[in-house]
Design a protein around this ligand. Structure first.
Ligand SMILES: *[C@@H]1O[C@H](CO)[C@@H](O)[C@H](O)[C@H]1NC(C)=O
Ligand SMILES: *[C@@H]1O[C@H](CO)[C@@H](O)[C@H](O)[C@H]1NC(C)=O
Ligand SMILES: *[C@@H]1O[C@H](CO)[C@@H](O)[C@H](O)[C@H]1NC(C)=O
Ligand SMILES: *[C@@H]1O[C@H](CO)[C@@H](O)[C@H](O)[C@H]1NC(C)=O
Ligand SMILES: *[C@@H]1O[C@H](CO)[C@@H](O)[C@H](O)[C@H]1NC(C)=O
Ligand SMILES: *[C@@H]1O[C@H](CO)[C@@H](O)[C@H](O)[C@H]1NC(C)=O
Ligand SMILES: *[C@@H]1O[C@H](CO)[C@@H](O)[C@H](O)[C@H]1NC(C)=O
Ligand SMILES: *[C@@H]1O[C@H](CO)[C@@H](O)[C@H](O)[C@H]1NC(C)=O
Ligand SMILES: *[C@@H]1O[C@H](CO)[C@@H](O)[C@H](O)[C@H]1NC(C)=O
Ligand SMILES: *[C@@H]1O[C@H](CO)[C@@H](O)[C@H](O)[C@H]1NC(C)=O
Ligand SMILES: *[C@@H]1O[C@H](CO)[C@@H](O)[C@H](O)[C@H]1NC(C)=O
Ligand SMILES: *[C@@H]1O[C@H](CO)[C@@H](O)[C@H](O)[C@H]1NC(C)=O
Length: 821
């Protein structure tokens, strides 16, 4: 009886939650453009189209940008690029080279010469007018007069083509994928496929594709499509593959051949031919053709099943409405703020759009794992944990505990069946590893915060030990032939022998030393529960970063930096400038950040770090310095986003850095600096995020900023910031509520509902004056998970316009990995 009542109440609660249509605040185009108008280059690389939270299908347009040197096609969408197809699978926010853009359709109004079905350049289309993107819905118009509308369900999508009259075709080119003009070794490639037609226009088959940024093994995706109006004619086609794929049969003697038309079935055959089909409605009077396509990694029967069950209606609006409902209920309603007109509407857009983008990846492929057969949840498109381990996963933990438990189980299961947990994983394949084995951090973060149910932690700890102790085989990647970039810790041999990564034997020696240190701290955190005898060993190893601290290295008036050290123990500091990294690439001393930045990234032992930098005042002076304009010496390239400070919010390593003032009880400076970054770089605009959104990592950083708290990964600690809304209820741990409120102290500069900004308070009223947690006066600038997350709780902020050291009596945040070597 009691159980039933709780169930009933929770249903009512969910219904109430879902009643507000938060999806109206989402702008799905934030991040779709970079600094050069019309180009995606340097922007968020986001996916734009129809999708559900963590959906397998992300249906949207694939495009080609005319300027090859800066073409960026990663999410498929570009602001002005030519449309080559509508396809079912995409990544969102990734840099590097494209992955997916597969299982396509393309509406055509003619197939007369010069159109060649095998040559996308003969039929690709520029767009006219402005694209429209909403949650679960996308619309664009092609130059040939066709209007495309689409929506997505979990494993399927629906397209609606409004033709201008006259001939109507839909082309299905199984060999289509998102290309890269400059990818070379990292290009995707098509290996083969089949397509079979049925009399009513239903088509099934599969395509096999490999490569992409993660250097993925071939994967096979089955499909099943149909049309609301039976085609008047349909034909398959095939043709020799001319894409230059190493070690595959391709035909390179004089351009792209003409398609050879076939009848009802087509196989790529031993020469890996391209295959496809063309559907026509030449005589049909209807001007609108709709199509549904399902995909599966298991079989075309399953793909048909998904299509039929997930999209039972031919009314596009029904699929849109279902997607909106799911987003509202499962995602947006987890963070409820006042949406009335006196609340700054831009902030609502930033909040709900950020929630949207952080739920596009990874993909929940439970039941769709072609590699091994068991009942464990299966997630793919961790692209990558390097991006999302720093705070995205901690937000999943709070608002998506079920999905998050599934992700952890999937990581552990991948270890069990494939030997290593992934750092990046896409297309059912581990890769690439940019630094450490950061699944360790993800597991530790979940573990210390008490996530247990359904997770085999014995095996989880085993997986972490594998990362910590076993050198993965070298994949001889073009990116870095010195060690594995597939999984595990490529430079582990150095780490085990020397306790640090040497600059002469290994690439990325500085960033990988720092990351391996945190990975070993993560191991020690889980060892506390799973293998207490191991704790000290891994704690000691987590201090390895101290071994490459160059105590005498100076740069712009600061002394003491991480520095390159050789295997023989000597430092290589002649001519060393920690503010430079070469290109911050695979072969450089540090990855996507300078040693100056990485010298702040030791979250487990800020205490030692502060000492090494010369004590609290020097630590503070150095922090102040990295926010000073024009201090960056490194050319940040495509990810630059106009950033001219050493602090680079466009790349993940610096995510926690603006909050480090909390560690010297100067919380007001954390608030000032982090809020300044948010205001400067995050906007409700197409160029609204500073560079690749990285699977939503940049977006989740902004959400924490707006919540007024920031998690320290692998620890139970949350640092206190300053919230952007006056009242916010967050559903945490499944069914508890964390309420975060803010009132403004009575200084005449803003009242609760009177201001024209923020959640009803003035632009300047963001400095914390005092904090109460669960009704208690809170004397320190941090709290721990159990304080307000497990059973919910409240955080009440009193804000004002004056900076205040309100936490002076309190202990600073802990350094649980404090080790004196
Ligand atoms: C391509 O983009 C680069 C970088 O913005 C620019 O220098 C070049 O002029 C562009 N080329 C064309 C043909 O637009
Ligand atoms: C167009 O098709 C050719 C031939 O298959 C392929 O090499 C190229 O990458 C495709 N381009 C786009 C933009 O899809
Ligand atoms: C082509 O398909 C049609 C059915 O659409 C069938 O009647 C015909 O025999 C097929 N032709 C060949 C050569 O297979
Ligand atoms: C779909 O929704 C749009 C916008 O709400 C509406 O204008 C249109 O009439 C609807 N179409 C159908 C077929 O219900
Ligand atoms: C938060 O929850 C409290 C308690 O249920 C409620 O009074 C308040 O209106 C809620 N605030 C928002 C913004 O939903
Ligand atoms: C956010 O940007 C979109 C697109 O420019 C615009 O339509 C919308 O009005 C903006 N929202 C707010 C609250 O400014
Ligand atoms: C948990 O993992 C351990 C170690 O791999 C294994 O021995 C055990 O059988 C697993 N337990 C369950 C319930 O699967
Ligand atoms: C170093 O400090 C001196 C004295 O405080 C100052 O004049 C100089 O500008 C500083 N140099 C840099 C590069 O910040
Ligand atoms: C030592 O450092 C210098 C300057 O930073 C660099 O040019 C050189 O390649 C380094 N030597 C080795 C062996 O890494
Ligand atoms: C809340 O969720 C937890 C875990 O799912 C469950 O044990 C508990 O009974 C739930 N409480 C209520 C009030 O629904
Ligand atoms: C409001 O804030 C400004 C600057 O933040 C300050 O100069 C002014 O004195 C404040 N006004 C009142 C009435 O406190
Ligand atoms: C709303 O907040 C944004 C920052 O997110 C700020 O730029 C804008 O000025 C605010 N709008 C108003 C009307 O205060």
């Amino acid at each position: 009886m009691l159980d039933f009542r709780i169930f009933f109440i929770s249903i009512l609660f969910n219904l109430a939650n879902a009643r507000v249509d938060y999806s109206q605040y989402v702008n799905p185009l934030i991040g779709s453009e970079g600094p050069i108008p019309g180009y995606a280059f340097g922007g968020g690389d986001i996916f734009v189209g129809g999708a559900v939270p963590f959906g397998v299908v992300k249906v949207g347009i694939d495009t080609w940008e005319d300027n090859i040197t800066i073409a960026t096609l990663n999410g498929g969408y570009t602001p002005k690029g030519k449309v080559t197809a509508i396809s079912m699978m995409h990544e969102s926010g990734t840099g590097g080279f494209p992955k997916y853009g597969i299982i396509p359709q393309m509406p055509l109004t003619t197939i007369k010469s010069p159109v060649n079905l095998l040559d996308n350049q003969t039929y690709w289309q520029t767009r006219v007018g402005d694209d429209i993107a909403k949650v679960g819905y996308f619309k664009t118009q092609l130059e040939n007069g066709v209007t495309i509308e689409l929506s997505g369900a979990r494993h399927s999508g629906i397209m609606q083509y409004s033709f201008p009259g006259g001939e109507k075709y839909v082309l299905v080119d199984v060999s289509h994928y998102l290309p890269s003009a400059t990818g070379g070794y990292s290009n995707q490639y098509y290996i083969g496929g089949e397509i079979h037609l049925q009399e009513d226009g239903t088509y099934t088959g599969y395509g096999t594709y490999g490569g992409g940024w993660n250097e993925g093994a071939p994967m096979t995706v089955y499909f099943c499509g149909d049309f609301d109006t039976t085609p008047d004619q349909m034909q398959t086609f095939r043709g020799r593959n001319t894409d230059p794929i190493p070690r595959y049969h391709t035909f390179s003697n004089g351009g792209i051949p003409q398609a050879i038309l076939g009848n009802m079935s087509e196989y790529a055959g031993p020469l890996n031919d391209r295959v496809g089909a063309l559907f026509s409605w030449t005589n049909s009077i209807t001007s609108q053709i709709k199509s549904r396509v399902g995909i599966s990694f298991i079989s075309s029967d399953k793909a048909c099943g998904f299509k039929n069950s997930e999209i039972p209606s031919w009314n596009l609006n029904d699929t849109v409405a279902a997607a909106v409902q799911e987003w509202n209920q499962d995602v947006f309603s987890k963070i409820q703020v006042d949406t009335s007109s006196f609340v700054n509407q831009t902030n609502l857009v930033l909040l709900y759009s950020s929630l949207y983008f952080m739920h596009l990846m990874p993909s929940d492929r439970t039941g769709e794992n072609p590699l091994w057969d068991n009942r464990e949840p299966y997630f793919d498109d961790f692209y990558t944990l390097w991006d999302i381990f720093r705070n995205t996963i901690s937000l999943y933990h709070l608002i998506q505990p079920d999905y998050y438990t599934g992700m952890i189980r999937s990581l552990i299961d991948t270890y069990f069946y494939e030997g290593f947990m992934p750092d990046g994983r896409s297309g059912n394949y581990n890769g690439l590893v940019q630094g450490g084995s950061n699944a360790d951090n993800v597991l530790a973060d979940a573990y210390v915060k008490g996530l247990r149910e359904g997770i085999n932690w014995t095996r989880g700890y085993e997986a972490m030990l594998k990362d910590a102790e076993v050198v993965p085989y070298n994949t001889f990647s073009y990116d870095d032939p010195t060690s594995s970039v597939k999984e595990g810790r490529g430079a582990l041999a150095d780490w085990l022998e020397l306790g640090y990564i040497s600059a002469d034997r290994s690439s990325r020696s500085i960033s990988r030393t720092v990351e391996y240190a945190l990975n070993d701290f993560a191991v020690s955190q889980v060892a506390r529960g799973e293998a207490p005898a191991d704790v000290q060993k891994y704690l000691n190893r987590s201090a390895g970063w101290q071994l490459i601290w160059g105590h005498d290295v100076s740069s712009v008036n600061f002394t003491g930096f991480l520095a390159p050290r050789f295997a023989d123990g000597s430092f290589n500091i002649t001519g060393y400038n920690p503010a430079l990294c070469g290109g911050c690439e695979w072969s450089d001393i540090s990855y996507e950040g300078t040693p100056f930045e990485y010298s702040f990234t030791v979250p487990h032992d800020v205490q030692t770090l502060t000492q090494f930098m010369g004590g609290e005042s020097e630590f503070e002076r150095r922090l102040d310095y990295i926010f000073v304009p024009n201090t960056s010496q490194q050319d940040l390239g495509a990810n630059g986003a106009g950033i001219d400070t050493i602090m680079n919010i466009g790349n993940e390593p610096d995510f926690a850095t603006p909050y480090l003032y909390n560690y010297i009880n100067k919380q007001w400076k954390s608030v000032q600096q982090s809020r300044q970054l948010a205001n400067q770089f995050f906007h409700n605009a197409t160029y609204g995020v500073p560079g690749n959104s990285d699977a939503g990592a940049l977006n989740s950083w902004l959400i924490w900023q707006m919540l007024g708290i920031y998690p320290i990964v692998t620890q139970t600690t949350y640092l206190i910031g300053s919230p952007w809304f006056s009242d916010l209820n967050m559903t945490v741990n499944g069914n508890s509520t964390l309420r975060i409120t803010a009132t403004v102290s009575g200084n005449g500069n803003g009242t609760m509902n009177g201001g024209d900004n923020g959640g009803g308070f003035g632009q300047e009223d963001f400095y914390v004056q005092s904090v109460r947690i669960n009704g208690e006066n809170w004397g320190r600038n941090w709290f721990v998970h159990k304080d307000v997350i497990i059973n919910g709780g409240s955080i009440e902020f009193l804000l004002g316009s004056e900076p205040k050291v309100w936490e002076s009596g309190g202990e600073v945040p802990p350094s649980p990995g404090h080790v004196v070597l």
